[in-house]
Design a protein around this ligand. Sequence first.
Ligand SMILES: Cc1cc2nc3c(=O)[nH]c(=O)nc-3n(C[C@H](O)[C@H](O)[C@H](O)COP(=O)(O)O)c2cc1C
Length: 371
Amino acid sequence: MHRLAMTINRNQPETLPARPQALAWVDRAPFFQAGLAGYSDAAMRLIARRHGCPYCVTEAMLDTLLIAGGRGLKPAYLTDDDHPIAGQIIGSEPGEMAQAAKILLPFGFDVIDVNLACPVKKIRKRHRGGHLLSAPDTAVDILAAVRDAVGDAVPLTVKLRRAFDDTDEMAANFHRIFEAVIGLGYAGATVHSRTVRQKYNGPGHRPFFAELTARYRDAMADGFLVFGSGDVFTPRSIFDTVRDSGLSGVSVARGAIGDPWIFEHAHALMRGEPLTPPTIFQQRDVLAEHFELSVSLHGERAAGRMMRKFGIKFSRHHPHADVVKDAFCRVSTLDDWRAVLDRYYHEDGPGTPIGQVSPDETGTTETCEVV
Ligand SMILES: Cc1cc2nc3c(=O)[nH]c(=O)nc-3n(C[C@H](O)[C@H](O)[C@H](O)COP(=O)(O)O)c2cc1C
């Protein structure tokens, strides 16, 4: 285990528990890239990996779309350099979720992750995502059905929010589901520190993480992984969160949009090295590569729409952020993109450290647009 993790992870036992190979990265780097609907496609994941991200989660894939096949399977296709990776499924009904998990296996996912976190409102009165935290029987049935379907083929994990809302009843539901996750042999869980009702309003409730790791200390000592999610926008906040909570690690979500360097900088912190913002030329290379990867995945038109929102986030590293942001807002084609790079990224120089970015400033809210 790396030295920094040894010193920051108070709850971690001296001897490391046995881990599934697919999750062994956690002993070297306590962070990964979260699922982000509408963002964390293969292009964003590959860029993150090239900057030191050890593990990625796909955006939530709706079970019924996977079952329907055809275009519904598009987000499940993986390249050889996109591992280790968790394929995340979301849905309402145990049988369909089990079927969806089985469909993902031949695509080569290293882990299957069950989404019990998405706050997007109930669809046709059916619970799914975070709404299942208010329907614990169904949530547990889904977890059990996925477990039965996958068997020991790959490790299973789950993504939850800390509760549906702040009532005692919902706190009890959370723990009932969490205990089932452990009892069913899931390898780990990622918990977003906001409630489902809270959506993205206000900060997450960080003290919940320490309560959680204290309560499930025995399971963690046996190897169960508990990750935190919420408000991780800087490399330092990765380690602050882990140190204060005893978590196994954290996921980087909005903080990774337009900032793949967050992973490189997290590694630099572990080595005790200073953090240097990406130079203009480093930014240009990543922007060019990200667009090309996006074009190869989605075609030029869709990539143009998709990359606009990335360009806006990337522009924060540029000394003339406002002008560059405006220019990215008008991009449609690969040529438009290249024109922005030629105009604003043609001369090298230091980039701007983006520091602490508040959730509001990121301007992104979860849509769980199902892909
Ligand atoms: C636009 C957007 C899409 C998201 N999509 C997913 C998703 O598909 N699966 C998932 O587990 N979480 C999803 N999330 C939640 C994030 O993974 C993360 O838990 C949340 O943003 C809190 O972390 P942050 O405050 O560091 O961004 C999404 C969040 C946003 C903003």
